[in-house]
Design a protein around this ligand. Sequence first.
Ligand code: OGA
Ligand code: NI
Length: 369
Amino acid sequence: MTNNTIKESQVNENEYDRKKELEEFDNTKLGVKGLIDSGITQIPRIFQHPPETLFDFQKAVRITGDAENIIPVIDMAGTHEEVVQKIRDAASTYGFFQVVNHGVEVSALDRLVGAIRAFFEQPDEEKIKYYNRDSVASGVGYFSNYDLFHSKAASWRDTLQVQLGPKSVDPNAIPNVCRAEVMEWEKEVKKLSARLLSILSEGLGLSADRLSPESYLARINMAGQYYPYCPEPDKTIGIASHSDHGTLTVLLQDDVGGLQVKYNGQWIDLKPVHGALVINVGDLIQMVSNDVYKSGEHRVYANPLPRSRISVPVFFNPAITSDKLYGPLPELVSPENPALYKQFTISDMNAKFLKKELKDKTMTSYFRL
Ligand code: OGA
Ligand code: NI
């Protein structure tokens, strides 16, 4: 054997092992939490990330102190003009902001976090019944790493996905431990997303209904994210750096922390604020606004704390159609401001999303002219 063939056979052997180990992990149907419950003190190698995606706190420049709070917390009870201005500024600078006085009872938010935690922490034999990677088709499913078989390294989190639109899921399909809370949240988050979309529309200097809920908010997915304690947080991540691909995301998080937003090449901690909701602009709105708004890149570090972290993002997207074209709005394009993206269909965009691993801002680079 030459040196080359030795290397090749080692690579193949590693790849073979990896696939087998991924399948073994998936077959446990107990996710990352199952690994922790089994008492492991080292993470399996399928979770080990290459150095470039790791969170090296020594090397990564982290903004600390006062600057930590630069991502604005916007009071939605302010005057309408003020709210439009602040949201416009935050969406075009960071692509991220938090809102308070958003009209949802803080106690309802606390109940939702508690109910999602209860789902993940119920007895294995109850939870395992919901394990299903293909939850888009069935409406409800629990799994670990939706891109488990596409990514180079797995991430330290489990997910409960519930489809809230275009058709609400049959309430009986939602796990009992969180059914009432999810249904309550569905009503509230739909109202809030419509309000945010109209504000974003006004922020572009357009009428409040130019970006319509029918065109932009039809497909809705809620993800209950569970980030268990990680015994080797310097070797893996909670969620890899990415931007959300759709219209916008409304995210509720508990007080553990771990979400970071990229700004000017630096990672900023998005500090949990009790009762606030985190809003971020997706790639679609960056493209439709012809780069006035930015889809913020974000990541979550692997949880080094003994307490599990819960977050509940709700992703809003247009319905999947193969005829309707999306792209920079004609009102925002002129000879001085040419279109930066080509026109595309949502079925194109979705097919691309499902094939790739969650990583970087690939969607905007894909459609950029
Ligand atoms: C996501 C995401 C962040 C978090 O699910 O797309 O970015 O805090 N989640 O869980
Ligand atoms: Ni995200």
